[in-house]
Design a protein around this ligand. Structure first.
Ligand SMILES: [Mg+2]
Length: 156
């Protein structure tokens, strides 16, 4: 049974979509991203879209008793604020909390720490992610790692 589930945001809960200088972008360079976040503040994700299949999957886990967290790598407080606003608007009431880390390598330590605090075993934790190397690292660590492309297989 999954008791704690952690969902990545960019590319998992959120289809990236940004408008810059009249153009629609689905991504940008690291430096452009820092500038974009600083300029747009908490509205940085206003053109991004939620992902229905991931929503359905998350709701199913919650219905079966799991606590859900957003676990996202974010570089700045502006990006943190934008992510929190996107989740509040698009997934109201679904997640316990939005937790941000400053690098992907911090995701597994954050899962371990949360599991320990909640008294949950690692094999009762699930990470849903679109970065395959992070999914594999979770699996190696004894956590259920689900790549977003496998959600369809797990539904129904
Ligand atoms: Mg991602």
């Amino acid at each position: 049974m999954v008791r704690l589930a952690f969902f990545d945001m960019d590319g998992t809960l959120c289809a990236p979509r940004f408008y810059v200088n009249g153009k629609t972008l689905h991504g940008m360079s690291d430096q452009e991203w820092l500038t974009y976040c600083e300029k747009n503040g908490e509205d940085g994700y206003r053109f991004c879209k939620p992902v229905p299949m991931v929503t359905e999957y998350a709701q199913g886990l919650k219905d079966r008793g799991a606590k859900l967290y957003v676990l996202s790598t974010s570089w700045t407080e502006w990006e943190d604020a934008a992510k929190r606003k996107f989740i509040a608007q698009n997934y109201p009431g679904l997640f316990e909390e939005v937790r941000t880390v400053r690098g992907d390598a911090e995701k597994l330590p954050m899962i371990r720490e949360t599991a320990e605090k909640e008294g949950v075993r690692l094999d009762e934790c699930e990470l849903v992610e679109d970065t395959y190397s992070t999914v594999l690292a979770a699996i190696v660590a004894g956590i259920r790692g689900t790549h977003v492309s496998h959600i369809y297989c797990n539904l129904g």
